[in-house]
Ligand binder design. Sequence first.
Ligand code: ASP
Length: 280
Amino acid sequence: MKIIIHGGFFSESSTHLETKIAKQEALKKIASSGFEYLKTHTALETVVFTVSLLEDNPLFNAGIGSQIQSDGKIRMSASLMDGETQKMSGVINIEEVKNPIQVAEKLLSYDDKILGGEGAIQFARENGFNIFSTEIPQRKEEYLAKKQSKGLGTVGCVALDGNGKLAVATSTGGKGFEIPGRISDSATVAGNYANSHCAVSCTGVGEDIVSGAVAAKIVCRVSDGQTIQQAFHKTFNELLPFDGFAGAIGIDQLGNICHQNSHPTMVFASFDGDIYEIFN
Ligand code: ASP
């Protein structure tokens, strides 16, 4: 059993040591809770549980900590993928929901698996999801100062369960101050992808992640026989010509964990019950 989580790129942490430490501590606790949960649940259940914990923590740019867009609204995106069935579900630009990843989980059993905007909000309402204002004062101040906080802090989790099954989930509040209607990578196969060989979650500039098809390429390369390290390196090398800004975490079916980022400020933690690692 293995678990790895990320809390995105922490621009605030580079300037505020306290924020950085708080985020690292939070990741450490959440990675441990996720691993405890994994002992008695599937990889798929675990990634939803763990990403929900990250969405509930205002330190991260997802769920209640989400960034505000240029029109003053919060719109979130989240998706998950079951490596065994290769089914993916997600929500794009959903509003007023505390845990977008749980709406994505609900959609997994529907024929229509990825919903956007009004349709996603309507679906969440009809299914009794917790509707409330996700806005936190820190984000409001950033918005009022009309500055793009660049707090790239999407969250993600990859898990390998005791039966050798992989799953991945990713959730984001977006880039911050974007044009309403902009689509994040987090609910696309570029930002979140899994099969029975490998599972990968990304963070960074969504446009670059989509251009580099990052998660899908890494998983495809591992499926075709590359080691997870080779697949990460090759895919990140392909971001260089356009200075793609991305980070990714992944696990292969043998339990090898990998992580890489193009600009070294991404924070993430992995835990396998024995060895705990925190990066950045
Ligand atoms: N990838 C996210 C987006 O572009 C942002 C992030 O990872 O922080 O919406």
